[in-house]
Structures are given as structure tokens and as C-alpha cells.
Write a protein that binds this ligand. Structure first.
Ligand SMILES: Nc1ncnc2c1ncn2[C@@H]1O[C@H](COP(=O)(O)OP(=O)(O)OP(=O)(O)O)[C@@H](O)[C@H]1O
Ligand SMILES: [Mg+2]
Length: 270
């Protein structure tokens, strides 16, 4: 992007994106788009995430949030634009190549390997990543550590059918973390969780941030996304409606109109 604000960016631009000595972005998209027949699901998205930064992505149902993730991870091929991971052009690359470049993601609709135990679900990822475990035994050991980290310690021998909604979401996260990613894309990992479970997940995301991971977090719970994000991007009908600092974005009339609603604005007015 070289300091040129992308289309749709308004408000204060985070200093890491403007400073002359800014580190190279972990993720950069330029003009990224995807069309399904007559529907432009994602349109002209310019995005740049420097190392260690967390960007929150919000928008109404059908805004294109999951499609954006799928375009970045190779689960969908872009109709237009480019995707660079750590400066390497991986536009249209297969998902396994993107994963080997240090990118992991969770799925909005969880995708466990149903025939495997909880432990082996994560061990598969540990065997597959850019620096894979050497043996199944080593992979299971790594898996046990990751399961502990996400709050699934002791559930290693269970089948995935025995997991609650919250635990199934934790397993998604564990599979992603076992790939030892540099960039982690989370698609509604808090959906369907109870408040106490949301707090635990937010704490975990905060720990990941502190460990230096770069994150793109899609979420509907505004308080949650505000708590973890350094900047927020709002998608609307596949386009970037706004992108900037959380306070600025969430106070914007257009964002309130398109997504948050009048009741949110009234409740948060001081
Ligand atoms: N594989 C597909 N084929 C056709 N249309 C699709 C496909 N995937 C997504 N779409 C459409 O693209 C648009 C964006 O969908 P997407 O799932 O990215 O939205 P979203 O912002 O993630 O929504 P939600 O908040 O409900 O998860 C929607 O209109 C959706 O129906
Ligand atoms: Mg979605």
C-alpha cells in the first residue's frame, strides 16, 4: 500500500501503517474481490496487517466476512486482486500452501475430523504444519499441550461428538494453533458461547496477541471485538465501509446505520 490509504479507509490511520519504518505486513490484500454469478460477495478489499497487530472485521450477515477469509486462505479463488503473505504472492494458492506459509484459520461452521479423537484432531495439524512433529507420538504430545492451552485439557480421549458447542469451537482453535501460525484468522469463534465462555476465549485471544501472533478476527459481538482489536474494518455488501481505530469506526453514523443500529448508538451515547 506504501502509505496510500485504501478505498473506504477513513479516520485516524494506525501509526504502524503510516510510519516510514513500518514493518512489512504479514498479510496484504490489494483489490481483492470475489463474484458468485451475479453477486459481488467481496469487492476491492485493500488490507494490510503488520506483525503482531489484530484487525477486527464486522458487518451484517452476508457482508462477505467469511468469503474474505476464504479468499485469503485459498479456500476460494479470487475473481480479482492479490493476496500476499509475508510479501509472497499466494493469490489463488491451494489451502495447504497457504497453511505452510504460516496462516491458520478457524471455520464458522466447525469442521472436526469426526472419526478421530479430540487429541488426534489436533495431532493431525501438528503433523502437517510448516515445522511438523516427527512422529505421531510427538504430535500427540504437542496436541496435549495445545489442548491444555485452549481449555480442553483432559478431553483428549473424547470423540468430537461428545463435545459441547463451546468445546467444539475450542477444538477449532486448537487445530489452528497446532499449525504454529504467524497469522491466525478467526471466523466467529465466540458464536453460541455463554458469557463466561466468551470471557475465557477473549482471554485466550489476548494471550495469543501478547505472544506476538497477527490476528484477523471476524465477530458479531461488538464489545468483544472492541476489546481485542487494534483496528476495525467494516464490510457492507462486500465493500469496505470503513476501516480505522475502534472508537472512531464504532461512532460513525454510517456504521451505526448499516450495522450497529440506533439502539446501540443510544445506549453508548455519553
Ligand atoms: N460458495 C458460494 N456460492 C454462492 N454464494 C456464496 C457462496 N459463499 C458465500 N456466498 C454469498 O456471498 C455473500 C457473502 O457471504 P459470507 O458468508 O461471506 O457473509 P458473512 O459476512 O460471513 O455472513 P455471516 O455473518 O452470516 O456469516 C452472501 O450473499 C452469500 O450468500
Ligand atoms: Mg460468515
Amino acid at each position: 500500500m506504501n502509505g496510500t490509504p485504501p478505498a473506504g479507509r477513513t479516520g485516524p490511520i494506525p501509526s504502524a501503517l503510516t510510519a516510514g519504518s513500518a514493518p512489512a505486513p504479514v498479510l496484504q490484500t490489494t483489490g481483492l474481490g470475489r463474484r458468485f454469478g451475479g453477486l459481488q460477495a467481496v469487492s476491492d478489499v485493500d488490507l494490510s496487517i503488520p506483525p503482531g497487530r489484530t484487525i477486527g472485521v464486522i458487518g451484517p450477515n452476508g457482508a462477505g466476512k467469511s468469503t474474505l477469509i476464504n479468499l485469503i486462505t485459498g479456500h476460494l479463488t479470487p475473481s480479482s486482486g492479490r493476496v500476499l503473505i509475508n510479501g509472497v504472492d499466494l493469490t489463488g494458492a491451494r489451502p495447504w500452501r497457504v497453511a505452510h506459509a504460516g496462516v491458520a484459520r478457524t471455520f464458522q461452521i466447525v469442521k472436526p475430523f469426526r472419526g478421530l479423537t479430540v487429541c488426534d484432531n489436533v495431532a493431525v495439524a501438528a503433523l502437517f504444519g510448516p515445522s511438523p512433529a516427527r512422529t505421531p507420538t510427538a504430535a500427540r504430545k504437542e496436541a496435549a499441550q495445545v489442548l491444555e492451552r485452549v481449555g480442553l485439557g483432559g478431553k483428549d480421549p473424547l470423540t468430537t461428538a461428545e463435545l459441547s458447542v463451546a468445546d467444539a469451537r475450542r477444538l477449532e482453535l486448537a487445530k489452528a494453533l497446532a499449525l504454529q501460525p504467524k497469522l491466525l484468522l478467526l471466523d466467529e469463534v465466540l458464536a453460541g458461547l455463554r458469557p463466561v465462555e466468551i470471557d475465557a476465549s477473549l482471554q485466550l485471544i489476548d494471550d495469543l496477541k501478547k505472544a506476538g501472533l497477527t490476528l484477523l478476527v471476524v465477530e458479531h459481538i461488538v464489545q468483544a471485538i472492541t476489546a481485542v482489536s487494534d483496528e476495525i474494518l467494516v464490510l457492507h455488501h462486500g465493500q469496505v465501509l470503513m476501516h480505522g481505530a475502534p472508537d472512531h469506526v464504532l461512532g460513525d453514523e454510517r456504521v451505526i446505520e448499516a450495522y450497529l443500529g440506533r439502539r446501540y448508538a443510544k445506549r453508548n451515547r455519553t
